[in-house]
Design a binder for this molecule. Sequence first.
Ligand SMILES: Cc1cc2nc3c(=O)[nH]c(=O)nc-3n(C[C@H](O)[C@H](O)[C@H](O)COP(=O)(O)OP(=O)(O)OC[C@H]3O[C@@H](n4cnc5c(N)ncnc54)[C@H](O)[C@@H]3O)c2cc1C
Length: 504
Amino acid sequence: MNLDYRKKQLDAIEQIDFDVVIVGGGISGAVVFHHLAQCGFRVLLLEKGDFAGGTSQSSAMMVWGNLTDLRQLSLLRVGRSCASRENLIRRKSDWVFPQKFRYLPVKNGRNAFSSYAAFYTYWILGAGRRSFPRYKKEFVESAFLKRENFPYSFEYEEACVEPSDARFVLGWILNQPNTFEQTALNYCQLSGGHYETSDKHWHLEINDSICQRELVIKAKCVVNTAGVWTDKLNQQFGINSPYKHVFGKGVFLGIKRPSNHQLTLMIETEDEEGCLALIPWREISLWGPTETHITNLDEGFAATPEDIRFLLNQINRHVSELISIKDIVSLRCGVRPLPIQGTFSDKNTFGVPRHYKAFADKQLPWISIYGGKITSSLLAAQKVESFLKDYKLLPSLSAIRFSPLDISQPELESFPNLTEKVPSVRWCAEKEMCWNLEDYLRRRTNISQWIPRGGLGLANENSSHLKEIAKIFCNNDESKVSASINDYQEKIKREFDDVLAQAA
Ligand SMILES: Cc1cc2nc3c(=O)[nH]c(=O)nc-3n(C[C@H](O)[C@H](O)[C@H](O)COP(=O)(O)OP(=O)(O)OC[C@H]3O[C@@H](n4cnc5c(N)ncnc54)[C@H](O)[C@@H]3O)c2cc1C
């Protein structure tokens, strides 16, 4: 995928009468794009940053039945989430893998019998498709846990996306470059526009930062899957919806993986209201997430010293050897878009249901998705298709053009101090619309999460390797390479080194 091809894409999309433009290239937009493209719609997906550059790069990567909803006895919701989990496992068997989890109830909490009843109910609600839950007194992870905290555990089965949520998003979007009528563009922002009643089309102003070009495109319908930015976009285009979002910031610490850490551990919090998870992820374990209600989006995308202190404090209640700041390999932070109807006055967002909502405007052909999740993404896409039918908008391509590019088996190469090989820079630049160093380190590969300090290494020992990578994105232009490395080092200092120093 080079600059010339991008120019061709922009020239072409200016001429096409799209059925649907999707705004937002996170998991919701990606699955809607894939689904509508396969139905035969002329569809364009716009993402202002990199694909999965919003919340969809920061999840726990679980495809699950929302076990914790059982506490509120929301059986229907749990049943629906389990059905979505099974659907995704079936449809995406090369990305979504069943995995065993271990639930660790707090000592002195509810008795084992009531926990067992809850797991049995969960299993039934999942139509018995996952392996049968098991009570386990002895388990391998107790080697690094304070054994006295956990008299017993339950083993049960959910599913996870592999190798990351960001690559999962990409897997739905990328297609063989054989058509412009079904196109997805990253670094292309919807910046304005209006609906023209005379020709019954949206005239949308878009801004492409790869080619530094502004253009106007035409579409019959817009689907707003802008995640936490959905409300702002609706406001900008005068869409009034009964739903809106509240925001729950979530932070994970990536820590050195304890030996014997095999299964995802769901550790009940002291108040038995929720869980924190310890998730094995190749070289590291993810610990978290926090859930903090925020009102200002700008403060949502970076972990704070308080987040770090809270998570360290929590994990050290349960592990036998102290985990300290120097064991932190990476930080992972995202903002959950949580759908509500009416006003929200609670202090925290724990009680907000996690099921997505969809809304189709009555006056204008504009559909919005609220609270999109990995697990429910297929359901949301099917809902969009049914709204399009209500608008009497049918697919305009007789033969289906969309042919997905298989990126589940990319060309691989090594990275210093990583045992696992990663997708090669060349492959990502040519096939996966990867435009810069950060896209490569954070979303095309997991290097920035698995190797300390965003892949730079503890003492910047990987700088020269990163320079070689940057050369590919900067066409060997020395000044651009230096600027790109400097910017990246600055970012790591600001978002990692300084925050850890303040947390110490
Ligand atoms: C800590 C944490 C853990 C989670 N764990 C799980 C889990 O295990 N399982 C699960 O199912 N869910 C989980 N979630 C929830 C899930 O990750 C999110 O709900 C989901 O990723 C939201 O996806 P989205 O596509 O709606 O939004 P996003 O991924 O944020 O995508 C929206 C995109 O829209 C783009 N955009 C905005 N405005 C414009 C514009 N004007 N023009 C072009 N593009 C625009 C943004 O750049 C962004 O990339 C978790 C969330 C968090 C924070």
